[in-house]
Design a protein around this ligand. Structure first.
Ligand SMILES: NC(=O)C1=CN([C@@H]2O[C@H](COP(=O)(O)OP(=O)(O)OC[C@H]3O[C@@H](n4cnc5c(N)ncnc54)[C@H](O)[C@@H]3O)[C@@H](O)[C@H]2O)C=CC1
Ligand SMILES: CC(=O)C(=O)O
Ligand SMILES: [Mg+2]
Length: 375
């Protein structure tokens, strides 16, 4: 198969979808890899590293989309890429369709095969291509939150760990999955007092067992959230309903009961955000303030630490990319249900229920679709 890797063009997105080691692995299976010039520069890989691994460098993004049967990317295509996408082309990347109606309609219109990293799901319900980036974003959420709690950045001016004789800050983590667990570990390590909320009692039980003593757990419901946000300095949004729009756990009216300078880091912004007032921001301009509450809502947090993120992401994506290249998307999805659950929009049909529901679109069951599909 002919594989193309474009350079990411989202704001401050420095990750790349294949490392030179990944190129060498794919080549061993007899495939051809085209890299856009400078695609890996932000992650520390030069064009020469890629050519020595067996890739061919193409000068422009247009040339990559024009040449490749499968495009492997990191972030969702942005508007200037839409028209480059060809009918039947396989796109293997993050899409987060439930947070963008425009992207959903654009991909339906392009009639491409959109296999989304974030909904590839194993039999145990884990999300193997989201986990590594959630680990990064969860850990980062605390270092970003600590930074924006500083007074010159409009935060409350409180040190997460406190000092002897002065109590630490209070951190509230909404959602105790991968992001929430990593955030809680980092905040606890810095000495903050941490509360994790989740709707899964089993998950809370597990977290209670493994977390240090300065972390407590609480059932997530509106009453508890209202009580806790009054006394929290830093709040991390980390809920997920896979493939669907995130529920708004903090609504606009709740900002009024928070203290001025409270910092909200809504990591779930890529699925629409679990804080009503969160709108996607960029690394260039990460925060905005409403009712004296600082909102940090960067939708590609791991893009700022590409030396870590590119390796972590490609460790997870490469085995799946090789299956897609070896078998073609249809056979690979039929033989591996992890990949099947990644199909979101296929040749104009929405085959992922959470996406269809988010935008009121008609939905075709993915198994039925594959039965009917001829290619
Ligand atoms: N902004 C960014 O750069 C990044 C964002 N993310 C996003 O972070 C979000 C969280 O991802 P993961 O931690 O991997 O998901 P996960 O599936 O591991 O955890 C989500 C947790 O939310 C819980 N939950 C669901 N409804 C809830 C409710 N009403 N109240 C409290 N908890 C609830 C679930 O029980 C689960 O434990 C996703 O939207 C993901 O796409 C991930 C990486 C980077
Ligand atoms: C998961 C995601 O949105 C990211 O890594 O940017
Ligand atoms: Mg994101």
């Amino acid at each position: 198969m002919i594989i193309g890797v474009p350079k990411e063009i989202k704001n401050n997105e420095n990750r790349v979808a294949l490392t030179p080691a990944g190129v060498a692995e794919i080549k061993k299976h007899g495939h051809t890899v085209y890299m856009q010039a400078n695609a890996g520069t932000g992650s520390g890989f030069s064009d020469a590293d890629y050519t020595s691994a067996g890739a061919t460098i193409l000068p422009t993004i247009e040339a990559v989309y024009e040449t490749a049967e499968m495009i492997i990317k990191v972030k969702e295509p942005i508007a200037q890429e839409y028209n480059l996408i060809r009918e039947d082309q396989l796109l293997f990347t993050y899409f987060h369709f439930a947070s963008s109606e425009e992207l959903t309609h654009a991909m339906i219109a392009r009639k491409a095969v959109c296999l989304a990293y974030e909904t590839v799901e194993k039999a145990d319900r884990s999300l193997p291509l989201l986990i590594p980036m959630s680990e990064v974003a969860g850990r980062m959420s605390i270092q970003e939150g600590a930074h924006y709690l500083e007074k010159p950045l409009k935060g409350r001016g409180i040190l997460l760990g406190g000092v002897p004789g002065v109590p630490p800050a209070r951190v509230l983590v909404l959602g105790g999955g991968v992001v929430g667990t990593q955030a809680a570990k980092m905040a606890a390590g810095l000495g903050a007092h941490v509360t994790i909320m989740d709707v899964s009692l089993a998950r809370l039980r597990y977290l209670d067992d493994i977390m240090p003593p300065n972390v407590d757990t609480m059932m997530s419901n509106e009453y508890n959230i209202r009580e806790r946000i009054k006394v929290s300095d830093l709040i991390i949004g980390a809920v997920l309903i896979p493939g669907a729009k995130a529920p708004h756990l903090i609504t606009r009216d709740m900002l009024k009961i928070m203290r001025p300078g409270t910092v909200l880091v809504d990591v779930a912004v890529d699925q629409g955000g679990c804080i009503e007032t969160c709108k996607p921001t960029t690394h260039e301009n990460p925060t905005f303030i409403i009712d004296d509450v600082v909102h940090y809502c960067v939708a590609n947090m791991p893009g700022a630490v590409p030396y870590t993120s590119t390796l972590a992401l490609t460790n997870a994506t490469l085995p799946y990319a090789i299956q897609l290249a070896n078998k073609g998307w249809k056979k690979a999805c039929q033989e591996n249900r992890d990949l099947l659950s990644g199909l979101n929009v296929v040749k104009g049909e929405v085959v992922y229920k959470g996406v269809a529901d988010a935008w009121g679109l008609s939905y075709t069951n993915v198994d039925d679709y594959l039965e009917m599909a001829t290619v």
